[in-house]
Design a protein around this ligand. Structure first.
Ligand SMILES: Cc1cc2nc3c(=O)[nH]c(=O)nc-3n(C[C@H](O)[C@H](O)[C@H](O)COP(=O)(O)OP(=O)(O)OC[C@H]3O[C@@H](n4cnc5c(N)ncnc54)[C@H](O)[C@@H]3O)c2cc1C
Length: 815
């Protein structure tokens, strides 16, 4: 053991870029002072030093905006706190709109920003020119102005954060490389370094683009890969000065700002290049990749167009920096599900400087509290399965991800790269019948089916998209007749053992100790009373349960259940997602159709709502559950993957007489919204309680066993709710809702839609969202308001519903 490193520490942070420094800063700020940060080279020498230093506050969700806002506020005061100059300048930022669609996007952004507490002004091209006098504005539709954005010097912010951490007791050591994470029985015990071992209770991997490799060495999935990100800096340009705002022209895929008397011009091109490297060199510090002027032809031309003063400029500097990107353009933080007390903060997709302050704060809180302190699902490490860590997949996917920063944020936008990773056994059959697939957690899922003669391809817009009529037919068939859905992507677990029921009773709000064959809908809550997940549990026998949860939640929910099994308890959890396909047969005629192919008695008395059993379908055996997410009579059929083709064809053949149709996930979404059914990840999240979400009926308040979150929820029950999930239906039959639209009550913004769709039964768009009010949101308050929803810059009258907007079918579901 070298004397240069301590023998032990509470926390070892690996990596001294802006992220590692921020984690160390916040851990010490929150009182964990025994922190050692190890950097293999010098602080900030990885990706951080060459960043462009743009600090934007606004992101696409409330929690991500909170992260960035916090960063900007922290950076503004960091020089004063640490005595280290950071170069922070609140120069403001503007986003130019060169197309009508972009202007619509900016209007949507501006409308929601008020609810995220970020100031955004929509300005004319002339005002944009006043802000940025060198700008060409004659081809612009307008721009957005964010007065509180700014810029900093990235290297200095990293050093200042490290200095702040050191002041509060952290040990920061350079030129020490972590070669392995040490662990025993699934728990972290320390790190092995180039000069010896440090024992530690916690290890945080903040190794930037090196983090994937570090994860692989200890069996942890951290899917990220470096791509080349480019900017250039001109020589002096007349009229340029350092305080020019940060400018973005997403339609031309460029950003720019003043750099002294010169101009920095950066690019987020639609497709970019991965850094094709076998292994990222350990000593890649304060280094860049070779300039690639050829790849930069388009951004350079775009820059000269937007800033004519650049036409004759010389460019003194080409920065080609590698930066790690993830498969979905969101960074990765949290505790690794594979290894207790191993935390990760990496993969910052070229917004790591702007996010570092908040990411460090919320990660530190997560470590100290033992759980996230706000909804971090969009960046949670548990959103990725092992399949996402495949190298060829990553190298292909990241080519598309960098450009997404500036591509249109279309509703329902799907990736074009890295597709086809996980498919159901009837994928090809569905493709032949016109399925247009989307991907979720790697699964190809039919979203809608093209009619004969139509290509199953998306044409995006903020209004009705090209699949509107196909969707209408699928929606109506389900409401009025019968439709079949491939829902194979659902995550499925078998949970069994002598203590299985006890574990479930502790982690589920609803009563799970029910007779064999019963289906239970339940939430799993955190200590704050928020939804960690909502799921369906089928009791197969006294000691065996079949758990069905959302497609995206496989790793998260598996981890949540697993971590609540005590060592002494006899209970085993197995992920059987890939072993079973799922077919939903839904609609008022589903019983008559299903009865044609099974000898099981499907009458209500024999097979009531909320029960499940194994039945034969033709020559196959399936687990049939009588439940619904579309609000109609129906069965969810869980089919051994090898029999999916057989069951599907048997149903399709019998379905001919019934005019059975294939239907996709867009129909599920609109059908469930008409019925007021909530979706986890959109309408309910770790920040939302069942009381706020009006799902108190699915909580067994008086069950004998206590459950996680019960005390918090009981307290909340005694108080007036300050926010409440409400359904909305537009008065005008024309517009569509996608989610993230502001909700106005008596003219005042009170919330935003968490999801939306076109409800073809209602004949208008339908959505839901939380209505907030500091003095409480009683039914009377909700019902007495006059509501409007802001869509693409215009307000539309809407009716609020505390009951499902489409309700008459309730008796039919239960019959
Ligand atoms: C050209 C370019 C422009 C950018 N512009 C902006 C911008 O304007 N705004 C913005 O917000 N973001 C920007 N970014 C992104 C930003 O730079 C990154 O997101 C951020 O720097 C990532 O920080 P990090 O700490 O994760 O990684 P890094 O800075 O790479 O730090 C990771 C550190 O971990 C160390 N390490 C790795 N493995 C080990 C090990 N085994 N043992 C010890 N140490 C180890 C490395 O040596 C490295 O120093 C830009 C990126 C590029 C490439």
């Amino acid at each position: 053991m070298s004397s240069a490193i301590p023998a032990e520490a509470k926390v070892v942070v690996v990596g001294g870029g802006v992220i590692g420094s921020s984690v160390a800063y916040h851990l010490t700020k929150l009182g964990w002072r025994d922190v050692v940060l190890l950097e293999q080279n010098q602080l900030a020498g990885g990706t951080t030093w060459h960043a462009a230093g743009l600090i934007g506050r606004l992101r696409t969700s409330n929690s991500m905006t909170r992260i960035n806002k916090y960063s900007a506020e922290l950076y503004a005061g960091l020089e004063k706190e640490t005595g280290h100059p950071t170069g922070w300048k609140q120069v403001g930022s503007l986003i130019a709109a060169k197309s009508e669609d972009r202007m619509i996007q900016l209007r949507r952004t501006a409308a929601i920003s008020e609810l995220f507490d970020v100031e955004v002004q929509l300005i004319s091209p002339d005002v944009a020119k006043e802000k940025w006098p060198l700008l060409r504005t004659d081809d612009l539709f307008g721009a957005a102005w964010l007065p509180h954005d700014g810029k900093i010097v990235p290297k200095e912010i990293c050093i200042a954060l490290a200095k702040g951490a050191r002041k509060r007791g952290a040990t920061i050591l350079e030129n020490i490389r972590v070669t392995d994470v040490e662990h025993k029985n699934g728990l972290v015990t320390g790190v092995k370094t180039s000069i010896g071992i440090i024992k530690a209770q916690y290890v945080v991997l903040c190794g930037g683009m090196w983090t994937r490799e570090l994860g692989l060495r200890c069996g942890v999935t951290i899917p990220l890969y470096p791509v080349e990100h480019h900017y250039i800096v001109s020589e002096a340009v007349p009229g340029a000065f350092d305080e020019l705002p940060v400018g973005r022209d997403p339609d031309l895929c460029i950003y720019f700002r003043g750099e002294g008397d010169a101009i920095l011009l950066g690019a987020f091109q639609k497709y970019t290049k991965p850094w094709m490297v076998e292994r990222i060199p350990d000593n890649f510090s304060f280094q860049l990749l070779d300039p690639d002027w050829e790849k930069y032809t388009e951004p350079l031309a775009a820059g000269k167009w937007r800033i004519p003063a650049l036409q004759n400029a010389k460019f003194a500097k080409f920065v080609n920096g590698p930066e790690s990107f993830t498969p979905d353009n969101n960074f990765i933080i949290g505790e690794a599900p594979e290894l207790r007390n191993l935390f990760v903060a990496a993969g910052f997709n070229s917004v790591g400087i702007a996010s570092a302050g908040g990411a460090g704060k919320y990660l530190a809180e997560w470590m100290i509290e033992g759980q996230p302190t706000m909804d971090l699902w969009s960046v949670d490490i548990r959103r990725f399965g092992r399949f996402a860590n495949n190298l060829p997949f990553l190298r292909e996917r990241v080519t598309e991800v960098l450009g997404l920063h500036y591509q249109m944020a279309w509703p329902n936008r799907e990736f074009l790269t890295g597709r086809g990773l996980r498919t159901s056994a009837i994928h090809q059959r569905l493709a032949e019948q016109g399925a247009c697939f989307g991907s979720k957690n790697g699964w190809e899922r039919p979203n809608w089916f093209a009619r004969r003669g139509m290509k199953p391809e998306m044409e995006y817009s903020f209004g009705r998209q090209n699949w509107f009529d196909c969707h209408a037919a699928e929606h109506r068939a389900t409401r009025e007749n019968v439709a079949i859905f491939d829902q194979t992507g659902f995550s499925k677990f078998i949970f069994q053992g002598r203590d299985a029921v006890r574990v479930l009773e502790w982690i589920c709000g609803n009563k799970v100790d029910v007779p064999t064959g019963k289906v239970v809908y339940t939430g799993m809550f955190n200590q704050r009373g928020g939804f960690e997940s909502d799921l369906t549990i089928i009791r197969l026998s006294a000691q065996e349960f079949y758990i069905v949860t959302g497609t995206a939640q496989a790793v998260h929910d598996f981890d949540w259940i697993k971590r609540h099994i005590d060592r002494k308890e006899h209970a085993e959890l197995v992920d059987v997602t890939d072993a079973y396909g799922v077919l939903g047969l839904m609609g008022p005629n589903s019983r008559s159709l299903l009865q044609q192919v099974t000898d099981a008695d499907l009458k209500n008395g024999s097979f009531p709502f909320g029960t499940a059993r194994r039945i034969n379908i033709g020559q196959a055996m399936v687990l049939a559950a009588r439940i619904t997410y579309v609000g109609e009579l129906g069965w969810e059929l869980h089919v051994p993957m090898g029999q999916m083709g057989l069951v599907y064809m048997t149903l399709m053949e019998a379905g001919r007489d019934f005019e059975l149709v294939n239907a996709g996930h867009y129909a599920i979404n609109s059908l469930r919204l008409e019925k007021g059914y909530r979706a986890w990840g959109a309408d309910i999240s770790p920040d939302d309680s069942p009381l706020e979400a009006d799902l108190g009926f699915a909580v067994a308040w008086n069950k004998a066993a206590p459950f996680i979150g019960r005390e918090t929820l009981l307290k909340q029950k005694q108080t007036d709710l300050k926010r409440r999930l409400v359904s909305f239906v537009l008065g005008d039959p024309e517009p569509v809702l996608w989610g993230s639209e502001p909700i106005y009550r008596n003219g005042e913004a009170v919330g935003y839609t968490t999801s939306g769709a076109y409800g073809h039964t209602l004949g208008a768009a339908v959505g839901m969202g939380y209505v907030k009010h500091a003095d409480g949101v009683s039914a009377e308050f909700i019902e007495s308001g006059r509501y409007e929803i802001g869509i693409n810059g215009k307000r539309y009258a809407a009716t609020a519903h505390l009951r499902p907007p489409h309700d008459p079918q309730r008796e039919r579901i239960l019959a």
